[in-house]
Design a protein around this ligand. Structure first.
Ligand code: IFM
Length: 448
C-alpha cells in the first residue's frame, strides 16, 4: 500500500487530545477537569498514573508541531481543554485562550492545518458537580463555551469537531463508570446521550454564528459489531441491537431520524429525557463526519427482554490483537464507511482516528514497530477500496502523533508514531513515523 494511491488532495494528519498530552494541570489559571479528579481517585487507572505530566505538551507544543512537520503531515488534530478556557465552566480565562492561539499560530507558521476538537472528554469539574452531561443545563453551557472559542479562535481555525466519540465518553463515563466522571447506569447514560445530541446542534449553531467560515464536523467511534447466538436469526438480532446501541443511537438523532427503538427497544427509556421539539432540535447539518474505527466489537445474543446484547471485545485466538487486547480487523473499517455512506447524508467523510498500540521498545535509537506499519497498511487499503466504491472519504488522521496517557489504561499502551521516554520526555520517531515521512515528503529520516 502506497500513500500516493490516495492522490494529491487527500489530507493526512495526526491526532492527540488535551488531557492525554498536555500535563500542567494548574497552569495559567486552568480549572480542574473531571479527569484531573478521576485520575487522583485510587484504583481508577490501571498503572496508578495521572495526566499531571503526560507528555508535557502544554510546554513542549513547539517540539510536537515540529515533529508533525518533519513527518510530512499536513494537518494536526488536537483538542482544547474546556477548563483552561472556562475554569469553572462559565467564566472566561483569557490566558487559556492565549495558549491555544500560540499553538494554532505555531501550526499555521509550519504550514500545518489545525483541526480543533472542542470536547475530548475533559469536562470542567464544576459542571460535573451540577450533574455534568446528565443535567440539561449543560447544553447552554457547552454552546456558550463554543461561542467563546469561536469568537476568540475562529479567525485562525477553519476545521472544527464538536465532540470526540460521544459513544465512548457516555458509555464509559456515565454507564460503566470506567472513565471520568465514574457514573454508572442507564439513568446517567441515557440523559447524557440525549444532551450530547442537543449540545451538538447548539454547538454547531454557536460556531457558525461566531467563527469565520467554519467547516463544522463531529467525530464518532463506529464499529461493525459481529453478532453471535443460538442460530442465525438470534445472532442477527443481537448484531442489529448492537449496531443500534453503539452506532445508530449516536448518528441518527442528528439526521432527524430519532432513536433506533426498532432494534434497541431499551432506548424507549430515553422518552423521559426528551422534551417537546427535542427530536427536531437534535437535527444538525454538518460539513463532514469524522469516523473513528479501532476494532469490531462482538455482540453475543442475551435473552434479557429488551436488551438483546451487551457488546464486548472479540477474543478469537486466531486473530492478531493489539496491546489493548483489541482484535485487528481491518475489514470493519470498510464496513463502517459503507454503513455511514448508506445514509446518503454525509457528503464528506474524514477518518479522524485510526491506530494501534503495541509493546514498543527503544533499542539503539530505533523503535522497529513493523506491526504498526502493517496495521496502517491494512486499514488504509480499506479506505482506498471504500473510495473506489464511491464513499467520499478525503482524509485520514493517525492516532496518535506520540505515545500518551491512554485514559484508564494509563501509559502502558503506546499508540504513537513517535515514542516518548516518559522519564526524560525525549521523543524518538518510530519506524512507522519514518514510513509515513518517506511517503508524505517529510524531512525525517531514520538514523543510519
Ligand atoms: O486514546 C483514545 C482517544 O482518546 C479516543 N479514541 C480512541 C483512542 C484509543 O483508545
Amino acid at each position: 500500500m502506497s500513500l500516493s494511491e490516495f492522490g494529491p488532495d487527500f489530507l493526512w494528519g495526526v491526532a492527540t487530545a488535551a488531557y492525554q498530552i498536555e500535563g500542567s494541570p494548574d497552569a495559567d489559571g486552568k480549572g480542574q477537569s473531571i479527569w484531573d479528579t478521576f485520575t487522583h481517585r485510587p484504583g481508577k487507572i490501571a498503572d496508578g498514573s495521572t495526566g499531571d505530566v503526560a507528555t508535557d505538551s502544554y510546554r513542549r507544543f513547539p517540539e510536537d508541531i515540529a515533529l508533525v512537520h518533519s513527518l510530512g503531515f499536513g494537518a494536526y488534530r488536537f483538542s482544547l481543554s474546556w477548563p483552561r478556557i472556562q475554569p469553572d465552566g462559565r467564566t472566561v480565562n483569557h490566558a487559556g485562550l492565549d495558549h491555544y492561539k500560540r499553538v494554532i499560530d505555531s501550526c499555521l507558521g509550519a504550514g500545518i492545518e489545525p483541526w480543533v476538537t472542542l470536547y475530548h472528554w475533559d469536562l470542567p469539574q464544576e459542571l460535573e458537580n451540577e450533574g455534568g452531561w446528565t443535567n440539561r443545563d449543560i447544553i447552554d453551557a457547552y454552546a456558550e463555551y463554543v461561542a467563546v472559542v469561536g469568537d476568540a479562535l475562529g479567525d485562525r481555525v477553519t476545521n472544527w469537531m464538536l465532540f470526540n466519540e460521544p459513544m465512548s465518553f457516555t458509555m464509559l463515563g456515565y454507564m460503566l463508570g470506567e472513565h471520568a466522571p465514574g457514573r454508572r447506569g442507564l439513568n446517567n447514560f441515557f440523559p447524557a446521550i440525549h444532551h450530547v445530541h442537543l449540545a451538538t446542534s447548539a454547538g454547531a449553531a454557536a460556531l457558525r454564528a461566531t467563527a469565520t467560515d467554519p467547516v463544522v464536523g463531529t467525530t464518532h467511534y463506529l464499529t461493525a459489531a459481529k453478532g453471535s447466538g443460538p442460530g442465525p436469526n438470534l445472532a442477527q438480532r443481537a448484531e442489529r441491537a448492537a449496531n443500534a446501541m453503539l452506532n445508530r443511537a449516536f448518528l441518527e438523532p442528528g439526521l432527524g431520524l430519532g432513536y433506533p427503538v426498532d432494534d434497541a427497544p431499551i432506548l424507549r427509556m430515553m422518552r423521559r429525557y426528551i422534551q417537546d421539539g427535542d427530536l427536531e432540535r437534535c437535527e444538525v447539518d454538518l460539513d463532514f463526519l469524522g469516523v473513528q474505527y479501532y476494532t469490531r466489537l462482538r455482540a453475543p445474543f442475551r435473552p434479557i427482554p429488551g436488551l438483546w446484547t451487551i457488546p464486548g471485545f472479540g477474543d478469537d485466538p486466531e486473530v492478531e490483537k493489539t496491546s489493548m487486547g483489541w482484535e485487528i480487523r481491518p475489514e470493519g473499517l470498510g464496513m463502517v464507511l459503507d454503513m455511514v455512506n448508506a445514509y446518503e447524508r454525509f457528503g464528506r467523510i474524514v477518518v479522524t482516528e485510526g491506530g494501534a498500540s503495541f509493546p514498543d521498545h527503544l533499542v539503539a535509537e530505533r523503535v522497529r514497530d513493523s506491526r504498526r506499519i502493517a496495521y496502517y497498511e491494512s486499514h488504509l487499503a480499506q479506505v482506498r477500496a471504500a473510495m473506489d466504491r464511491g464513499v467520499p472519504v478525503d482524509g485520514y488522521f493517525c492516532w496518535s502523533l506520540l505515545d500518551n496517557f491512554e485514559w484508564a489504561a494509563g501509559y502502558e499502551p503506546r499508540f504513537g508514531l513517535v515514542y516518548v521516554d516518559y522519564d526524560t520526555q525525549r521523543r524518538v520517531i518510530k519506524d512507522s513515523g519514518y514510513w509515513f515521512a518517506e511517503q508524505l515528503g517529510g524531512i525525517a529520516t531514520p538514523p543510519a
